[in-house]
Write a protein that binds this ligand. Sequence first.
Ligand code: GTP
Ligand code: MG
Length: 193
Amino acid sequence: MKIKSAEFEISAVRPVQWPSDGLVEFAFVGRSNVGKSSLLNKLLGRKSLARVSQKPGKTQQINFFRINDRFRFADLPGYGYAAVSKSERAKFAKMLETYLTTREPLLRVFQLVDIRHSPMPMDVETYRWMKSIGLEVSVIATKSDKVGRSQIAKAVREIRIAMDGPEFIIPVSSEKGEGILELWSHIEDLMGA
Ligand code: GTP
Ligand code: MG
């Protein structure tokens, strides 16, 4: 995919702030710190279009990015971050739930899991819940640079078993660029390009 334009549009707290022109959208969902914002930057070839942090809980609103005036990426707050208050956690969970249950232009969810660990119960629950409400989900295994090449296939198998066989599991590294082209061709396929 040739990126002709990539703009940050809005950091939205409430649904009325969501862009409403109907461009198709891809959402990045996953635990805090799994690498959602980093992946988005890497895909777009921009260092810090989306804000990244070593500390979990960086993305606290839904951030919308408009690409080539043709589609959008939505960078969502992470789930499962224990160090924020209970009410804060509940607020993020609600935001996520409202978005995922009502966002009409949402074409596909990219659920990110860390390739170094088996999916956590919260990853599996979130995946099942998304499927149960009829969403299409592709799983992205992040930080593939952190494991040896031979461990990648094994990790993918583990994810497939733990999550009941998602059709697409794509290992990526936002650090080294592995998997980025594969993910772009997946996105193009999904858009019927
Ligand atoms: P929240 O916004 O808190 O939900 O986190 P996030 O999922 O957006 O994660 P973010 O992109 O902010 O990255 C978290 C940390 O992981 C940062 O320190 C990144 O540099 C690091 N990171 C992200 N992707 C990779 C990767 O592919 N490889 C390595 N080695 N580190 C990565
Ligand atoms: Mg983030």
